[in-house]
Ligand binder design. Structure first.
Ligand code: UDP
Length: 337
């Protein structure tokens, strides 16, 4: 029996694949490499010493999905495939709705056709949005998304919940906070195309001299130092949460929404200073205007993950800074594309 990881060559998916293999699951990956490269899979195999069956497939295609489900005994699916650039989603909303919704619906339909129940979904804390005061708990009325990317996450949660209500699917919807860091081997990590939108990849690229300086988007937020506060979580901790979600679904039917965060907020300046301290490298930075759509503060109540999955984040902000830099130093141009 295998776990199918859609988008398994991506930042999240590749770390999930490592943790699954290390927990002795067989892994099948489907990825169309729109925002990832096959090389990442080779690196996962190098880390674990195990083989992955890989399909360069688009999971919006019923035919490709049928082939994958027929050729493998799939026990459950971890659905990481999808487009994820917030800014791009504002410019190309229809593309985001089409790709993200189609891949999720086609994957769920293929699961139904092949009698596979377990669906773990890469959702996001962005679904809480403007409606909810921090810290976020899973029972808050989500749906204050500020961009099409966030709405696709919100809609896919709905779709999976309705599918679970038929009794044919079990779903664990994982709301990620801010995943950063990299595998400690430095063999896999985040490799954004073009200029990074997210904070940690930007800091890492400044650290290795690929970018001149970091722009900090606003220092007049109502936070202790005026810069935005987020709940950064090490991608390895996050990946382990997926393995526990798979375990959980062996014993439980229905659906659950679960935050994966540390429960602690860190400001932009705190993260910059931690990175400088841990890695002994300067990060030149300037304060600029706020970025449209950004919230002042986002962090999780992570109790439900502990209660249901037995999961807690173990790695610190220092670990995240060290591992992000290690990956970037060993791979200054990412996977080299
Ligand atoms: N941020 C920043 N400069 C950058 C990128 C991000 O100051 O070049 C800030 C951003 O305003 C936010 C935090 O860093 O307060 C995290 O942003 P990111 O894009 O990584 O995640 P998200 O906005 O999804 O929480």
């Amino acid at each position: 029996m295998s776990i199918l990881v859609t988008g398994g060559a991506g930042f999240l998916g590749s770390h999930v694949a490592v943790e699954l293999l290390e927990a002795d699951y067989d892994v099948v990956v489907a990825d169309n490499y729109v925002n990832s490269v096959p090389k990442a899979i080779g690196r996962v195999e190098e880390i674990t010493g195990k083989k992955i069956k890989t399909y360069g497939a688009d999971v919006s295609s019923d035919e490709e999905l049928d082939r994958i489900f027929t050729e493998n005994e799939i026990e459950a699916v971890i659905h990481c495939a999808g487009l994820k650039a917030v800014g791009e989603s504002v410019e190309k909303p229809l593309l985001y709705y089409k790709v993200n919704l189609e891949t999720a619906i086609a994957t769920l339909q293929a699961m139904e056709r092949h009698g596979v129940r377990g669906f773990v979904f890469s959702s996001s804390a962005t679904v809480y949005g403007e409606n909810c005061p921090v810290p976020y708990t899973e029972d808050m009325p989500a749906g204050g998304c500020t961009n099409p990317y966030g709405w696709t996450k919100y809609m896919i949660e709905r779709i999976a919940i309705d599918a679970a209500k038929t009794g044919k699917i079990d779903a664990v919807l994982l709301r990620y906070f801010n995943p950063i860091g990299a595998h400690p081997s430095g063999l896999i990590g985040e490799d954004p195309a073009g200029i990074p939108n997210n904070l940690m990849p930007y800091i890492s690229q400044v650290a290795v001299g690929r970018r001149e300086k970091l722009s900090i988007f606003g220092d007049d937020y109502p936070t202790p130092d005026g810069t935005g506060v987020r709940d950064y979580i090490h991608v390895v901790d996050l990946a382990k949460g997926h393995v526990l979600a798979i375990e959980y679904m062996k014993e439980h039917r229905g659906y659950e929404i679960i935050n994966l965060g540390t429960g602690r907020g860190t400001s932009v300046l705190e993260l910059v200073h931690a990175f400088e301290r841990v890695n002994n490298v300067p990060i030149p930075h300037v304060i600029t205007e706020r970025r449209a759509g950004d919230l002042a503060e986002v962090w999780a109540v992570a109790d439900k993950a502990r209660r249901l999955l037995g999961w807690t984040a173990e790695l610190t902000v220092e670990d995240m800074c060290r591992d992000s830099y290690n990956w970037q130093k060993k791979n200054p141009n990412g996977y080299g594309n």
